[in-house]
Design a protein around this ligand. Structure first.
Ligand code: LLP
Length: 422
């Protein structure tokens, strides 16, 4: 299986769809995030394939990649969106997405965010605590409406993924345990300002074994049945996101096979199904294109110093995540082993360690699988302007985010009068 079917070598140059990445770098510079529209659409089709004809809504977890062009791509395909802030809701609206297909997750929704989301008539608030339930109800009462809610259940299932991206264990801050969830449903049923519509869980990210997802699903289904017995009707089941992708040699479940099993476990229940996939829809649809500045060779190690850094793509530094790094051109030289590092003043600044690469100063490298949690986690550390973003569509390259200028980075800062220049 090729993990990056929309990025392939043609005539010795790595292409995104029909565009050579050499050409992208020549027109837009580096570092640049490059997304493939066909790859986004293909991932969407794969995820939705088994859901045809079902009452289901896939809400793209836009935290993975919230560029407006990416959002618009999914909105045109009928996507809903899973948001975690008022800012994300504003992006959905700016991208032409439908607020009526938005679900609002996250443990710390502010009153202002709740009021704004209510005014936009979103589909559902995923409630993560009793405090939040009461806050949402109070805001809705003062707005003269009732907020549609789900309780986010933490089913105490081990997602067996990186601890930083595991969310379904009791020790995590997310959701409420099963007993508390029952108590919250009973409370919500009596509360003015909320209307129970669903139940929700999300146990972690980059799951390559689907067993924990099914275990969580079964616990949710038991709860749906038990709640029905108490006269509390649940109309939608939100199974969260988390389906992994291939970065290197993982064998994540095929989305269609995963979905067939989900549907089998639903059985005859008349439940609307919601999903919150992020990474699965965008991860392998993007690369970070970077240029080699220097090759610094030594007795112990060789470094390929490139113009992208941990501020542009944090995953390797933060999680020890592996991203394949491919030379954009075949330069016909023998490969050597390099740590691929950026210019940021931190030893933790690396994109890849101990990689076999045939490269040279001035050559381009593509850091693969950078479509999810790449640009969205970029920072301006070291006053580095964040990369440009382009969307490739067949032979066309569209600039979808301008490269920042250094002046942009301090334009919101002010020097107080008391520090007047002498
Ligand atoms: N729903 C909720 C409530 C979430 O918290 C997340 C991700 C998702 C859906 C989407 O999960 P996905 O389908 O993408 O696995 N920055 C980390 C990943 C953090 C995920 C946070 N929550 C990384 O780079 O691996």
């Amino acid at each position: 299986m090729n993990a990056f079917p929309f990025f392939e070598y043609r005539n010795g140059e790595l292409h995104a769809e029909d565009v050579s990445l050499v050409q992208v770098a020549a027109s837009h510079g580096t570092p640049t995030y490059v997304y493939s529209r066909a790859s986004l659409e293909s991932a969407w089709q794969d995820f939705n394939h088994e859901l045809q004809g079902r009452d289901a809504l896939v809400c793209y977890a836009m935290k993975a990649n919230s560029n407006l062009a990416v959002l618009r791509t999914f909105a045109r395909l009928g996507a809903g969106f899973d948001i975690v802030s008022g800012g994300e809701l504003r992006r959905v609206i700016a991208a032409g997405g439908d607020p009526a297909r938005v679900i609002f997750s996250g443990v710390g929704k502010s009153e202002a965010e709740i009021a704004f989301a209510l005014s936009q008539r979103i589909l559902c608030f995923n409630i993560e605590s009793v405090q939040e339930l009461d806050r949402v109800a109070a805001v809705a009462v003062s707005a003269g409406c009732a907020a549609p809610i789900s309780i986010r259940v933490n089913p105490n299932v081990d997602a067996r993924t990186h601890p930083y991206i595991s969310t379904g264990l009791r020790e995590n801050k997310f959701g409420v345990d099963i007993e508390t969830a029952f108590a919250l449903y009973r409370r919500a049923a009596r509360l003015n300002g909320v209307r129970i519509v669903g139940i929700d869980c999300h146990i972690g990210s980059q799951l390559t074994d689907p067993a924990p997802l099914f275990e969580a699903q079964d616990k949710m289904l038991e709860m749906v049945d038990a709640l029905a017995g108490e006269g509390i009707a649940i109309s939608h089941l939100d199974l969260g996101g988390g389906l992994g992708i291939r970065y290197r040699d993982e064998s994540p479940p095929d989305p269609r096979a995963y979905m067939r099993e989900v549907l089998r476990r639903i059985g005859q229940r008349r439940l609307r199904l919601l999903f919150e996939p992020g990474r699965n829809l965008v991860g392998n649809a993007g690369v970070l294109l970077t240029r080699v500045e220097f090759l610094k060779t030594g007795d112990v190690k060789n470094f390929a110093i490139v113009d992208a850094a941990m501020n542009d793509l944090l995953r390797p530094s933060l999680y020890g995540a592996h991203h394949e790094i491919l030379p954009v051109r075949d330069i016909g030289a023998a490969p050597r082993r390099f740590d691929v590092v950026g210019p940021v003043c931190e030893s933790g600044d690396f994109l890849g360690k101990d990689r076999s690469l045939a490269t040279a100063p001035g050559e381009l490298l593509a850091v693969m699988s950078a479509g999810a949690y790449g640009m969205v986690m970029a920072s301006n550390y070291n006053t580095r302007a964040r990369p440009a973003e382009v969307l490739v569509d067949g032979r066309q390259v569209h600039l979808v985010r301008l490269r920042e200028r250094p002046e942009d980075l301090f334009s919101l800062e002010r020097i107080p009068d008391c520090l007047a220049a002498r």
